[in-house]
Design a protein. Structure first.
Length: 451
């Protein structure tokens, strides 16, 4: 038994051991466990973030037709979220049925909105549509076969049948071929001749006469090898960067390493720039079919039949277009003949269709039609022909002369409009082809697809 008694002025109680009660209480603060009051907290906090989702990851359509029934759903914690404002945006030519590229709607009781019909552009192609609501976003793909452009002819004003065309070429023959954006070599009607061509290479294919009675073949590059369309076989040239014929029966190519070779691959010369699409051109040198290649090496113009320089220096591009005349444009913008004599100045040497030869008489007379300050001039008169705002001029070895304006009109040398909707930056957007033996011609041109 422990007895306590009060002692001292403070009145504190002291037990019989002599330890005060105040001392015991103070020590208890260090020895008695503290019981904490716990508040329940879930392991993962509930989220109220809004989420959006299209009902499909991608939607397919056809040019000029519609994609219908596209839905977007809004949810919170996996539960439909009604009353949310959702905006869906389109791009790349895709539009809603009212012509707009944006549509806003409020989600219904099921948390979804159904979009108006989506019109696929004439050019087709792939795109992405996006949905937004506050910070929530979602996207889905829109897909349609691409159509870079349709092929038209000027004498009828109608489409020829070829679609998705990236470039067209004739090279002065009556045959017309094109390369599609997907790399198919096709005839004017769209019939596939070969596949696997590089449509961005403006000298990936060329037409050459193969018989005296008008037979032709297309010589084209596939995987660096040169092929011919009439046999479907390789010709022998390898590592090829560009091929050209310019309406003659001769076929030459430039390899990636800068060699000038014939179709079989035999080296004629070296040191050419394979990235310059006007680094070489073929010209007849006699009436019996002899030809020579005029090519640029280190800025000088050479000819293959002699292996010697012709006299023109500082040359940026050379052209013949199937005529016997040879002209060049210097880096400083002078139009010169093969010997280097200046015909005129002020041309844009970076424009690969800044000048072209055209026959002006039945006995072989020619003139250069060239672009200067947006106007077409002719070398035999040094006067303007009438066409203005011109981006490129072409003849392709025929007596006809046409041009493409900066605004995309196809015009004759006088400026009369023959077609519209051309892409002026495409150097192979149009080509002239004979349509009869009496000299009639037509321009085959690529026009941006329309619905």
């Amino acid at each position: 038994m422990t007895t306590t008694h009060r002692s001292g002025a403070s009145g504190e109680f002291i037990d019989e051991t002599g330890v005060s009660r105040r001392t015991i209480v103070a020590g208890a603060a260090w020895t008695i466990p503290v019981v904490a009051v716990a508040t329940a907290t879930p392991a993962v906090a509930a989220t109220t973030d809004l989420k959006l989702a299209f009902d499909k990851s991608s939607y397919s359509g056809e040019a000029c037709k519609t994609v219908s029934g596209v839905k977007v759903t809004a949810t919170r914690n996996g539960v439909a979220a009604p009353g949310e404002s959702v905006t869906v945006s389109l791009a790349d030519g895709y539009t809603f049925s009212d012509g707009s590229t944006s549509h806003t709607a409020t989600t219904g009781s099921d948390g979804s909105i159904t979009l108006p019909d989506i019109t696929v552009p004439a050019k087709g192609g792939d795109s992405t549509m996006s949905a937004t609501s506050g910070n929530a976003t979602a996207s889905a793909a829109l897909q349609a076969a691409s159509n870079a452009g349709d092929l038209w002819r000027s004498d009828t004003g109608k489409k020829t049948g070829a679609k998705n065309v990236a470039q067209v070429f004739t090279d002065g023959t009556g045959s017309v071929y094109a390369v599609t954006a997907s790399g198919d070599l096709v005839d004017s009607g769209g019939g596939v001749v070969a596949s696997g061509l590089d449509s961005s290479n403006m000298r990936v294919a060329a037409i050459a006469k193969t018989t005296n009675d008008g037979g032709t073949a297309v010589f084209y590059i596939k995987d660096g090898d040169l092929y011919r369309s009439d046999t479907g076989k390789k010709t022998g040239a390898t590592g090829v960067a560009q091929v050209f014929t310019d309406g003659t029966g001769s076929v030459y190519a430039v390899t990636k390493s800068g060699d000038l070779v014939n179709s079989g691959g035999s080296v004629v010369a070296s040191g050419l720039s394979s990235s310059n699409t006007r680094v070489a051109a073929i010209a007849p040198t006699s009436n019996n079919g002899d030809t020579a290649v005029f090519y640029i090496k280190d800025g000088d113009l050479y000819r293959s039949d002699t292996g010697k320089k012709t006299g023109a220096t500082n040359v940026a591009q050379v052209f013949t277009d199937g005529t016997g005349s040879v002209y060049a444009v210097t880096k400083s913008g002078d139009l010169v003949d093969s010997g280097g004599s200046v015909v005129d100045s002020g041309l844009d040497s970076s424009n690969t269709r800044v000048a072209a030869n055209a026959k002006t008489t039945n006995d072989g007379g020619t003139a250069i039609f060239y672009v200067k300050d947006g106007n077409i001039y002719r070398s035999d008169t040094k006067k303007k022909t009438g066409a203005t705002n011109v981006s490129q001029v072409f003849t392709d070895g025929t007596g006809s002369v046409y041009a493409v304006t900066k605004s995309g009109d196809l015009v004759n040398s006088g400026g009369s409009v023959a077609g519209s909707g051309l892409k002026a930056s495409n150097p192979r957007v149009a080509a002239i082809a004979p349509t009869s033996n009496d000299g009639d011609t037509a321009v085959f041109y690529i026009k941006e697809a329309t619905c």
